[in-house]
Write a protein that binds this ligand. Structure first.
Ligand code: NDP
Length: 480
């Protein structure tokens, strides 16, 4: 049977675009449909604009540090508008790059929503139907708000980049990557940040010692972090029964009558009652309460594709769904929701389907970073998880790094190795430090190669650096 294309990709994010390009490079005829902007979450409303905001938010501390080093610098002030303008110009440029790459690879682009009509047919929003030998679903995910009254008053991460002005105060709900990163970013840009996390410690799933240090650093910087706390009730400030008795305001914008002005782009001041009884008005609320796979209305189940609870597409090790002609990669499969993993999954899909070399996706030992201030870089097992599996030795060093300590900062960094007693292999490496994302990328190579503690010991230190501690820890702090 002749198809219109060898491959039809639904979703123009990092994973979909890479799969489309590499498939086209094998000589396959490829089409890609994207309903929003090319580049997807990472480029348009995730990693890239977030990282530029991380950079922007760090300069306040750099200026303070420079003063401590003897530089004469006047008071600085961050201006959101010119930054936002430049940010959007950069996103436009990057989207252009993505489009040119697809075009140059011979991928036919369709700027509209697509759904699966049958195992070999895709229907575009304008009603056009296209057939393909293979369909790849790479539709990503989207942020979700909690199921509670007035939740629409809260922003989600997508909204941050479009704010016309920054709110003076914000309540961030959640304790995951996005909540903690935006707490640090917005605080660094001068916003008064309160964060509620319902659990006992932020960044669930990461190494306990690292989580504790990051929480301490966030608090020391001035983030008002409340653990074991959640939102009970919220409403527009104007509708709160008695604003004068709301126990104070998180907003400097609130006047004597307790009515704050809406920061343009936000949904206006919000009155929030917390589980700890606290009642306050915030200029804005940001829900960073998780993400959901984009599978609604895609026609997947009708085509025989199974969805897991939560809506993620079920796939095997080769990213193939229960319908043999349909594959899925990236956040829509809710495996490891990181851009480089989606890209890998896309490339392994092409290797398997278009290069005749079946290659399962390797999800073991993936390094990653949380761009808080300071950052967390991590690979492998946490101490807690490793201990459940086998006897381990823990090597750990926490100290004040030279650069910020000289400037009077109490910030500490953490270098930690979790080592198998039996094989001596590094099971986990956790770094809390400035640029920990950069550090873990390099340490990750050694860990992925199966390096032992003795391999690290044999490596000569680079002096004077923070990272040298990773090869100079001689005695374990714990054995278990
Ligand atoms: P996470 O799943 O990491 O965090 C969601 C947070 O919201 C958790 O703290 C969760 O609490 C809390 N939560 C969930 N539901 C509710 C609720 N109803 N009320 C109150 N709190 C709630 O999601 P994120 O959105 O932060 O990130 C999504 C994914 O995106 C990450 O897993 C990561 O893979 C990726 N990402 C990666 C980044 C990076 O690499 N630097 C940056 C940003 C995102 P609890 O812990 O109790 O469940």
């Amino acid at each position: 049977m002749a198809f219109d294309y060898d491959l039809f990709v639904i979703g123009g994010g990092s994973g979909g675009v890479r799969a489309a390009r590499t498939a086209a490079a094998t000589g396959a005829s490829v089409a890609l449909a994207e309903e929003s902007r090319m580049g997807g979450t990472c480029v348009i409303r995730g990693c890239v604009p977030k990282k530029l905001m991380v950079y922007a938010s760090g300069y306040g501390e750099v200026l303070d540090e420079a003063r401590a080093y003897g530089w004469e610098i006047g008071e600085g002030r961050f201006d959101w508008r010119p930054f936002r303008e430049k940010l959007h110009a950069e996103l436009d440029r990057l989207e252009g790059v993505y489009r040119r790459l697809l075009d140059g690879s011979g991928v036919e682009m369709h700027d509209q929503r697509a759904r699966i009509a049958d195992p070999h047919t895709v229907e575009l929003a304008d009603g056009t139907r296209k057939t393909a030998k293979h369909i790849l679903v790479a539709t990503g995910g989207r942020p979700v708000r909690p199921d509670m009254k007035n939740a629409h008053l809260g922003m989600v991460s997508d909204d941050i980049f479009d704010l016309e002005t920054l709110p003076k105060s914000v309540l961030i709900v959640g304790g995951g990557y996005i909540a903690c990163e935006f707490a640090c970013i917005l605080h660094g840009l001068g916003v008064k940040v309160t964060q509620f996390y319902r659990g006992a410690q932020i960044l669930r799933g990461f190494d306990d010692e690292a989580r504790g240090l990051i929480a301490d650093s966030m608090r020391e910087r001035g983030i008002d972090l409340h653990l074991g706390t959640n939102v009970v009730e919220m409403c527009p400030e104007s509708e709160a029964s008695d604003p004068a008795h709301h126990g104070g305001t998180g907003s400097d914008a609130a006047g004597g009558n307790g009515v704050a002005e809406a920061a343009p782009g936000t949904k206006g001041p919000v009155w929030v009652k917390a589980t700890n009884g606290d009642e306050r008005v915030y200029d804005a609320v940001l829900f960073a309460t998780g993400r959901k796979p984009n599978t609604d209305g895609l026609g997947l189940e009708e085509a025989g594709v199974e969805l897991a609870r939560g809506g993620a597409i079920e796939v095997d090790d080769y990213s193939q769904t229960g319908c043999p002609s349909i594959y899925a990669i990236g956040d829509v499969t809710d495996r490891v929701n990181l851009t480089p993993v989606a890209i890998r999954e896309g490339m392994q899909f092409v290797e398997t389907v278009f290069k005749g070399n079946p290659t399962p996706v390797d999800h073991a030992l993936i390094p990653s970073a949380v761009f808080t201030q300071p950052e967390l870089g991590t690979i492998g097992l946490t101490e807690e998880a490793a201990r459940e599996i086998e006897p381990v030795e823990v090597y750990c060093s926490s100290f004040k790094p030279m650069q910020s300590a000289f400037a009077g900062s109490s910030d500490r960094v953490l270098m930690k190795l979790v080592v198998s007693v039996e094989t001596r292999k590094i099971l986990g490496c956790h770094i809390v430090a400035p640029e920990a994302g950069e550090l873990i990328q390099l340490a990750g190579i050694a860990v992925k190669m199966g390096a032992t503690k003795e391999d690290f010991d044999r490596t000569v230190a680079v002096h004077p650096t923070m990272a040298e501690e990773i090869v100079t820890m001689r005695e374990p702090v714990r054995r278990s």
